[in-house]
Design a protein around this ligand. Sequence first.
Ligand SMILES: *[C@@H]1O[C@H](CO)[C@@H](O)[C@H](O)[C@H]1NC(C)=O
Ligand SMILES: *[C@@H]1O[C@H](CO)[C@@H](O)[C@H](O)[C@H]1NC(C)=O
Ligand SMILES: *[C@@H]1O[C@H](CO)[C@@H](O)[C@H](O)[C@H]1NC(C)=O
Ligand SMILES: *[C@@H]1O[C@H](CO)[C@@H](O)[C@H](O)[C@H]1NC(C)=O
Length: 389
Amino acid sequence: MVLLLGFLLLWGVVDITGSLSITTPDQTIQEAQGETVHLPCMFTLNPEDEGPLDIEWLRLSGPNEARDHVIILYAADKIHSDFYYDLKGRVHFTTNDIVSGDASIKIRNVRPSDSGTYQCKVKKAPGVAKTTIQLTVVEFIGNVSITTPEQTIQEAQGETVHLPCIFTFISKDQGPLDIEWFRLSGPSNEAVDRVVILYSADKVCDDFYTDLKGRIHFTSNDIRSGDASINITNVQLSDAGTYQCRVKKHPGIVNRNIQLAVTGSTESVNITTSEQTVQEVQGETVHLPCMFTPNPEGQGPLFIDWMQLTGPENEVVNRMFIVNLADKIYDDFYQDMKGRVKFTSNDIRSGDASINITNVQLSDAGTYQCGVFYGHGAVKRTIQLIVVG
Ligand SMILES: *[C@@H]1O[C@H](CO)[C@@H](O)[C@H](O)[C@H]1NC(C)=O
Ligand SMILES: *[C@@H]1O[C@H](CO)[C@@H](O)[C@H](O)[C@H]1NC(C)=O
Ligand SMILES: *[C@@H]1O[C@H](CO)[C@@H](O)[C@H](O)[C@H]1NC(C)=O
Ligand SMILES: *[C@@H]1O[C@H](CO)[C@@H](O)[C@H](O)[C@H]1NC(C)=O
């Protein structure tokens, strides 16, 4: 026992003096039977370490095993993965570019018997570091499953994108329903980057991830019925990546990856004002902003229209109430607004299509949309107006 302790301590010392480091912390990973699990192991080399790079993944001995098993090895630029019969053909490094600092592995088609403790050890003498992952494979008996297939969804920047995740479960009332959407990262999506939205105990939490704050929501009012899909509004190039929908209904757990690709705007005009809610007191003048950047190379007439939208999804144009077409303003479409609405800039062409509504009424409250058409570009932005009595 003392000997073993001494040995462990020695390892500890080596870990501290070694200059390379593993940035992946020790962790616990749960995966459903049949899925592919990613065991992350990211490391940073240090120039002081001059030896050859060696990477060793071990499955540490459990209560019923006599010894640790090497499951995959990277040494002298070669990969060896046929050590451990139980994992034969199912274990791979996730990247071809291990040298760059990614020693993560994936195990395909995991089984409950794969549960256990895995250790990634990176050596480059004199440096050595390791990280340990506790893997639990949940025996999933088929009571919860996701019917949405793995897929890539493409959307243009600025639009609303829908990421589907439809699931079913058979038996009723077998534990709570939990839904988690993650954003994955890393070259092979081996790392759970962060939780972006979750549903647990009939509550939705969507403020984990500031980048998506206010832009992400579940699309169904009745998630329990089997729809865990989400929408991301005003999608940005930086939102592109892999998202994972995970549905847990104890003891079942399943997940599905959805790739999101965001295409850059090729429009000849952009609206820089973000979607927002504006509040004003009845009788006051309210300002509804709409700033845009016309492409200097663009040509053709500039057309601006402001509409009021209605319907549960704002899909219905209620009325168009002010328009700027080829430098002329038309604002007498709608009796209610007559004389109360005007563009606030004298130079709309320079990129300001904002309007003011004077003597604002409770009945003016609702969803407004500013549309800018220029060259081949057509962009729109919605503004919510709240009028308080
Ligand atoms: C799945 O549902 C069946 C039928 O309702 C039930 O007998 C079984 O225990 C459930 N399995 C799990 C893992 O909950
Ligand atoms: C979600 O986005 C889709 C496609 O962009 C849209 O058709 C749908 O109305 C949106 N649903 C909700 C609830 O926002
Ligand atoms: C609109 O924005 C996108 C992304 O920010 C950019 O690529 C594009 O050039 C912009 N267009 C104009 C006209 O500014
Ligand atoms: C528009 O309204 C805002 C405040 O509601 C006011 O400060 C501004 O002067 C108004 N602009 C014009 C041109 O009327």
